[in-house]
Write a protein of this length. Structure first.
Length: 520
């Protein structure tokens, strides 16, 4: 038998996104994927429709349809002018109806594509002209309802010799996004998954907390083996179910990439009808585990749901939904870098949350209205968000845009600093004071004055502080005059301490160097 010459990886990705509507897909029961119902006690978010009681009929959730359209448009998909609902028949204890309402041959979104730019692990764009975007085809994105959850250990982790079911998740709106098998590396799959999560969270269609199952990834993996004699072999597709972390997604793909050629050498199975397998991922042993031989589409016995009418979507409605999308994260990141000179890492941090982006842009507009140049305003607003705001937001566990300070107040703080009315340390202290509810709506200039944060503009006092700092630090003076200009920071710190923080650090530095006769 010829030896293996090369192995090419092929991956298509299925992503299940739980939509954060207030109610479920086909009933008025509360949706556990919505933040208001997160953590509900087991089997409390139910109604007759979820439980499939006799006479209960489904009613479509319009908000879920709109969310699906938003994601589809963001992924470059066409929106079906007419779509319908189908029954997908299979039995599990967590699916009371014994069928799932889904979409088979007429999905709501189809034929899309998204460009995958080169980014680092944090999602920041890599500025390398040689790294061209990679286009990933989107076959479809269709709506369905989620099943419940089977648990094989007691709440709290206790051992049981039976399974228990929580039906809270049953009926949750689920958007399934299916890509073309356009991936040939695990890193590209993870990059796409990150970008998709970012888009969905940016659009507000999901909380995107993967540990809670809001997004679940299912890669379909196979390899093309080329033998020494030129013959090619396609190994059977393996679908890895319900991965809820980027680490697991990457690990499962890389394992199958290495394992499938070895598996073929043992069983000689090739891709074909009935050869597909469903596997799970063991995150402890870092191996895939066989769950079942995968069904083909005909095994599900799809047929149109007789209780739900087809959905007709006029073009006017599509354009109304398109208008809600706005500028997406990657184009916005590029604009921030081009217009404001932000580093890729800083731009990526700001676009992480849509609400923070909006706060950032309102802050820029307020600064421009105060006479600060647009480019300068963008840079200063970013500094405020990523330093003074981020520090306090992390301490409180909230978004930087929810600290209580307004974009207008941020702009006025920056204006005070631009006019040398406050120093850098005073800027940070003033920002913190304006985040306090006690100072809600306060004018930054008046607050700075009342707290003694305004810079003292007494030239004589400035001169005295600088000369006293020089006199008290002869060794540092010798370093500075000897060419170690960086040591001047110690003299500046000494003078600022003498001024009780009321002097402007930039002016202090300039005066000290002038007294010493040293140029930058």
């Amino acid at each position: 038998m010829p030896d293996i010459s090369s192995v090419k990886l092929m991956v298509g990705l299925e992503v299940h996104v739980e939509l954060a509507t207030r109610t479920k897909m086909f009933s008025r029961a509360a949706n556990p994927a919505h933040r208001d119902y997160d953590g509900a006690a087991p089997n409390t978010l139910l109604d007759p429709t979820v439980l499939a009681l006799p006479g209960a009929l489904p009613v479509m959730n319009e908000a879920a349809v709109e969310m699906a359209m938003m994601v589809g448009l963001a992924l470059g998909c066409s929106i079906a002018p007419t779509t319908k609902w189908d029954r997908k028949s299979y039995f599990y204890p967590d699916l009371p109806k014994s069928y799932q309402i889904s979409q088979y041959d007429m999905p709501i979104c189809f034929d899309g594509a998204v460009d995958l730019p080169a980014t680092d692990a944090a999602g920041a764009l890599l500025q390398d002209d040689k790294l061209l975007p990679k286009r990933i085809g989107i076959i479809r994105a269709h709506l369905e309802e989620d099943a419940g959850k089977l648990m094989h250990e007691a709440p709290g982790g206790g051992a049981i010799d039976f399974s228990i079911v929580d039906l809270n998740r049953a009926g949750t709106p689920l958007l399934e996004i299916v890509t073309q098998p356009d991936f040939d590396t695990a890193d590209d799959v993870v990059a796409f998954a990150r970008q998709l999560r970012h888009i969905c969270r940016f659009l507000g269609v999901t909380e995107g907390v993967m540990q809670k199952g809001h997004m679940r990834f299912e890669p379909n993996i196979n390899t093309i083996i080329t033998l020494d004699d030129g013959k090619t072999i396609k190994t059977p597709i393996v679908e890895i179910k319900n991965l809820n972390s980027f680490k697991a997604l990457k690990g499962a793909i890389e394992y199958e990439h290495a394992e499938q050629p070895r598996r073929w050498q043992q069983d000689r199975r090739e891709m074909g009808r009935g050869a597909k397998r469903t596997m799970g991922w063991d995150d402890v042993k870092n191996v895939t585990v066989l769950q079942r031989e995968k069904e083909d589409a005909h095994d599900y016995r799809y047929f149109p749901d007789p209780d739900l009418v087809p959905v007709v979507i006029p073009e006017k409605r599509v354009e109304q939904v398109r208008a809600k999308i706005g500028e997406l994260p990657i184009p916005r990141m590029r604009r921030y870098m081009a217009d404001y000179g932000l580093a890729p890492k800083d731009a990526a941090a700001i676009v992480e949350e849509r609400e923070v982006c909006e706060f950032y842009e309102r802050s820029i507009a307020e600064m421009v209205s105060l006479g600060i140049d647009n480019s300068r305003a963008g840079k200063q607003a970013a500094n405020m968000l990523l330093q003074a705001a981020a520090k306090r937001a992390n301490e409180r566990g909230i978004l930087a845009s929810r600290l209580g300070i307004s974009p207008a107040q941020v702009a006025r703080i920056v204006k005070l600093r631009e006019d040398n009315a406050i120093g850098s340390s005073a800027l940070d202290e003033l920002f913190g004071l304006l985040c306090d509810k006690a100072n809600d709506g306060a004018d930054p200039a008046e607050l700075a004055k009342s707290k003694g944060l305004l810079t003292v503009r007494d030239d004589a006092a400035l001169e005295n502080w600088c000369r006293q700092a020089i006199a008290e630090n002869p060794k540092v003076v010798a370093d500075v005059t000897g060419g170690k200009i960086a040591a001047a920071g110690r003299l500046v710190g000494s003078a600022m301490k003498l001024s009780a923080g009321q002097a402007d650090a930039k002016s202090v530095r300039e005066r000290i160097l002038a007294i010493l006769g040293v140029k930058e």
